[in-house]
Write a protein that binds this ligand. Structure first.
Ligand code: RIB
Length: 305
């Protein structure tokens, strides 16, 4: 029997402008096209895992506004249990302003609202409500308050879950928490932030010993796939298949959701990373953070080539 995937993270409404190129500081770029999407790293990760057939519980918060009820309904429509999604009457639902250029590259600025107001006591209560977490995977991202991320990792670990920390965004992360993390999933720039090194020094930065996680550091490398670094043996690259990139927003979330789903199903780490890389790639082929999240059948077809 598969374990559950419990996602602790942020929910946003994404206000997106697609234009030929991204503006520099102080510059205006006209001619863009506006779209609105459901987003937030936690919400996106939950959707990615649910579309792959996982039993997903979401823990986080929205505001008591129309964006919040729409965000809740969008998650529920994917079959995600949203009984752990609080409604905060004193804060607005998170908003992300996103710019996407013709190559699919993006810039994101987030007004966190209810996400940052969601406190440690709430996450502890919601995790406690789920009972023993043995066999379950708890996936935490860093769009919540630092104290809430810490509480989630402590409680999940104590209840026997396997923990994945997606350190996105990486600033503000207490490195001491890494001892509660089984699998850390930074992208290149997050890894540099966490290790204080630059991209050229990735080899030296990758060791789980250096980041003190329990099981593995899985570095996501975009079109280059991922690198799996454990306490045993050399780093193992997991290649990606080429896809037609439309929008990279949410690719990391698709990766993390697919990884959590595969691990909850009992797959070995490298097999799970292979699925996650394929899931992340597929997510870039459609506009918006969530629209490209693959179903199990789509993922299987992509893996067959
Ligand atoms: O990872 C993509 C997500 O980051 C977007 O959906 C946006 O809401 C921000 O949280």
């Amino acid at each position: 029997m598969s374990g559950r995937v419990i996602v602790v993270g942020g929910v946003n409404v994404d206000l997106v402008v697609h234009s030929a190129r991204l503006p520099g500081p102080g510059e205006t770029v006209t001619g863009g096209v506006f779209e609105r999407h459901d987003g937030g790293k936690g919400g996106n990760q939950a959707v990615a895992a649910a579309r792959l057939g996982a039993d997903v519980r979401f823990i986080g918060a929205v505001g008591d506004d129309s964006f919040g009820s729409e965000a809740r309904a969008a998650l529920a429509a994917e079959g995600i249990d949203v009984s752990g999604l609080a409604t905060n009457p004193d804060a607005a639902t998170g908003i992300a302003l996103i710019l996407v250029d013709a190559t699919g590259e993006n810039l994101i600025s987030v007004a966190s609202g209810a996400n940052r107001a969601f406190g440690p006591a709430s996450v502890e209560a919601e995790l406690a409500r789920l009972g023993s977490l043995g066999g379950d995977v708890v996936l935490v991202s860093n769009e919540l308050a630092a104290s809430t991320v810490a509480a989630a990792l402590h409680a999940a670990s104590a209840a026997g879950a396997r923990t994945i920390l997606n350190p996105a965004p990486a600033d503000d992360l207490d490195r001491g928490l890494l001892a509660l993390v089984d699998i850390l999933t930074p992208n290149r720039s997050e890894l540099c932030t966490l290790t204080g090194t630059d991209a050229a020094d990735l080899e030296a930065a990758q060791a789980p010993e250096r980041l003190a996680v329990r099981e593995a550091v899985v570095v996501t490398l975009g079109a280059d796939g991922a690198l799996v670094v454990t306490h045993h043996g050399p780093p193992r690259p997991v290649p990606a298949t080429a896809v037609n990139v439309v929008d990279t927003t949410g690719a990391g979330d698709a990766f993390n959701g697919a990884l959590a789903a595969a691990l909850a199903q009992g797959l070995a780490l490298e097999e799970a990373v292979l699925q996650a890389v394929a899931g992340g790639g597929l997510a870039t082929t459609r506009p918006g953070a969530r629209a490209g999240m693959p179903t199990a059948a789509e993922l299987e077809a992509a893996l067959r080539g």
